[in-house]
Design a protein around this ligand. Structure first.
Ligand SMILES: [Zn+2]
Length: 356
């Protein structure tokens, strides 16, 4: 099934991306083997998505374009376009166009950013805006769309941790939880997907630099019983090696920022004591006791989840009310302070993440 080009290695037809009614042949060299792979496809599938391909297909044979060379393909008398891209990249692009469904599947090893990278690279290079946006949506769907949504996912995990003696242990990462963050950050930084960055970086702060996602996933399950283990002090693994130096620096800046916020926000709470009508000792004392309990900086760096700390503080404050320790007015006032602190902390996270 190969056609001989004089003086060159035989070209291999792609197994699936060779349509009998295709009207153009693309040729590209495979990165892994050095073989030329040919794809017989429909001009319209690429031309309607990309002005670059549209103009490439309009060129008379023999013309050398910026993108590739147009020739005639063997006995089929079809135009042949040699593209400078790796055959693996061309394959990923064509699969995204002809059969995108597999890209939407959420695998249990949380590798969507890795699977999308080649197609996204090609869609960006050939200015295929529509396809690019669709691929970006696939990534975005896996991530929280706002802080409330992130906290919902975190709360579910916290409940499991509470019910299972302090840890969450699984053999496969559940697709409805926050995905592996490092590869997502690398993709988002390379292809401009700012929406997921605050959530991905925040989650990365809770990950353990000593745990590698793919190594954890490769563990034999007979020995381990579980591959991933998370406590309220963090411990999730990540694909740390995919991060750029700039992303690692941003992670350190965020770490420092969160550490400072424990001091800043709890100092703010202490200086804004509400004077309600009850004897001053009751509401004030409870509130100050709560601030003492929650305001301490956790010793473990990955346990410094200030959004969770604020959530727990608010929960305890609300829980204190039936005991008559904090009156309804104080609860509302202090809850609003907590909400304000949460918003301020998150604004800071977003600012650091969006910085170039
Ligand atoms: Zn009160």
């Amino acid at each position: 099934m190969s056609s001989q080009v004089p003086g060159k290695r035989p070209e291999k037809r792609h197994d699936t991306l060779w349509f009998s009614d295709g009207n153009v042949v693309l040729s590209a060299v495979e990165e892994s083997t050095g073989d030329a792979i040919v794809f017989r496809i429909h001009k319209s599938s690429l031309a309607k998505q990309s002005k670059v391909f549209e103009s490439m297909f309009k060129l008379p044979q023999g013309k050398n374009t910026d993108g590739g060379v147009v020739e005639a393909y063997g006995g089929l008398k079809l135009p042949l376009v040699r593209v400078p891209d790796a055959a693996e990249d061309v394959e990923a692009l064509l699969e995204a166009l002809y059969d995108p469904l597999p890209l939407f599947q959420k695998p249990l090893f949380s590798d969507t950013p890795l699977r999308l990278r080649r197609a996204l690279h090609m869609a960006s290079k050939y200015l295929m805006d529509d396809l690019r946006l669709k691929l970006i949506r696939i990534v975005e769907y896996e991530w929280p769309n706002d802080l409330d949504n992130m906290e919902e996912k975190d709360r579910i995990m916290d409940d499991i941790i509470d019910r299972h003696e302090g840890f969450f242990a699984v053999t496969h990462w559940p697709a409805h939880f926050i995905p592996e963050p490092a590869a997502a950050i690398a993709l988002a930084e390379d292809f401009d997907i700012p929406t997921i960055l605050p959530f991905a970086y925040y989650d990365l702060l809770r990950c353990s630099p000593g745990s590698n996602w793919d190594e954890d996933f490769d563990k034999e399950i007979e020995d381990a019983m579980f591959r991933f283990k998370v406590t309220k002090m963090g411990g999730k693994s990540a694909r740390w090696d995919t991060l750029s130096a700039n992303s690692l620096l941003k992670t350190l800046q965020l770490q420092e920022y969160i550490e400072r916020q424990y001091n800043t926000q709890f100092q703010m709470f202490r200086t804004r004591i509400y004077q309600c009508r009850r004897p001053p000792s009751e509401c004030q004392k409870t509130w100050l006791d709560l601030l003492k309990k929650f305001g301490e900086l956790p010793g473990s760096v990955q346990g410094r989840d200030i959004i969770r700390t604020l959530r727990d503080l608010d929960f305890e404050l609300t829980g204190a009310e039936p005991l008559g320790l904090v009156c309804t007015v104080c609860r509302i006032v202090y809850s609003s302070h907590i909400y304000e602190a949460r918003t301020n902390v998150w604004n800071g996270v977003e600012n650091i993440c969006s910085a170039r």
